[in-house]
Design a protein around this ligand. Structure first.
Ligand code: BGC
Length: 349
């Protein structure tokens, strides 16, 4: 008998949640024409009603070619469409100029709310300054802007995300929970390499810092051999970890990766180098991508941390709905991370 996984369960609850919310706001007549946006790389058109509840939402994703944001945008499309909204999702192609043009197009089209996953967090203020004259509310997602940016557009701008410090701490705790507490060779030092995401992204910064802080807070001595800038990318991490294993060999006891895409790249190189996770090396990531969770189930990854795309997309949808309906919206919505270990991994497949 196939058990329903926690991710499926979260998904089912989220759908029930949005349906309930839709019912609560009076449902709406789905007979009128759907809105369309033909130039969109991904366009979800629904039977958007002209009656209460109908709205057009523009979504800007920093890059479609990002495993985690692919899950997230599929959830967003589903939940927003479920509410009867017209949804247009654009691929920023990891280029801020491209994304800025897409935002300008949305402004010309006159969307009701913009959901923005900025390419560059440092451009968030410029993004707000571009949008604020129109009065269109903004839900920032996944890449946290400075609070001053949110403050500069009061009551019209919020952030939905997860506290990346928690994910870093959980990664450190996953290592502390191993048989050797991360010190495979028993020399009293945890020797590691770090594969980092985009360096200007707060998730990358906090995961790098807090994973190690968790070890130090537990009284461990650590030795960082190298921090690689792998930009959340599987192929870059695979190459860098292959080089690291060739250069440092058995000295490497732990490979920390700021996300699972990089951990999966690291895993390929670890296995190619004849090393065995759980025996002579440890490997942790973040996101709980299906392939990484399977690797945890199979004992090929030490653990990962669920970055709850379902919870975040649900919260972003709720915030959008509140803006559409003119309700008061908080400045921040936080969604918890969850540790995924060999004991609970099967629940997240
Ligand atoms: C995820 C990464 C993703 C990044 C995009 C992070 O929260 O863990 O996998 O690449 O967001 O901004």
């Amino acid at each position: 008998m196939k058990m329903i996984s926690r991710r499926d369960f979260l998904k089912a609850s989220a759908v029930v949640g949005t349906t309930a919310a839709l019912t609560a706001c009076g449902g709406g007549d789905s007979s009128s024409a759907a809105s369309t946006a033909s130039s969109a790389a991904s366009t979800a058109t629904s039977a958007a009603s002209a009656a209460a509840g109908s709205a057009n939402i523009g979504v800007c994703i920093y890059q479609f070619a990002d495993n985690f944001m692919t899950l997230y945008r599929a959830d967003l499309e589903e939940y927003l469409t479920e509410l009867g909204y017209g949804v247009t999702i654009m691929d920023g192609k990891n280029d801020q100029n491209t994304q800025t043009e897409q935002i300008n197009t949305f402004l010309q089209q006159g969307v009701d709310v913009l959901i923005i996953n900025p390419v560059q967090t440092t451009s968030a203020q410029t993004i707000v300054d571009t949008i604020s004259p129109s009065g269109i509310p903004i839900v920032f997602i996944n890449r946290e802007p400075d609070k001053a940016v949110l403050d500069s557009y009061p009551d019209k701008c919020c952030y939905v995300g997860a506290d990346a410090r928690q994910s870093g701490t959980y990664q450190g705790e996953l290592i502390l929970a191993t048989d050797t507490e991360g010190d495979i060779n028993g020399d009293g030092v945890i020797t590691y390499i770090m594969c980092k995401g985009d360096p200007e992204n707060i998730d990358a910064q906090y995961r790098t810092e807090y994973s190690i802080k968790a070890l130090e807070d537990a009284g461990k001595t650590v030795n960082c051999l190298y921090e690689y800038l792998d930009n959340w990318d599987q192929t870059l991490a695979q190459q860098d970890v292959a080089n690291a294993l060739a250069q440092f060999g058995d000295q490497i006891e732990v490979v920390f990766c700021n996300n699972d895409a990089m951990a999966l790249g690291a895993l390929q190189s670890i296995e190619q180098a004849g090393r065995t996770v759980g025996t002579d090396i440890y490997l942790v990531g973040v996101d709980a991508l299906a392939e990484a969770v399977q690797a945890v189930v199979d004992g090929r990854m030490t653990g990962t941390v669920l970055n709850d795309d379902v919870g975040q997309a649900t919260a972003a949808t709720e915030a959008t709905k509140m803006y559409v309906e003119g309700e008061a919206v908080e400045q921040y919505y936080w969604v918890d991370y969850v540790k995924v270990t060999s004991e609970n991994a099967a629940d997240y497949l």
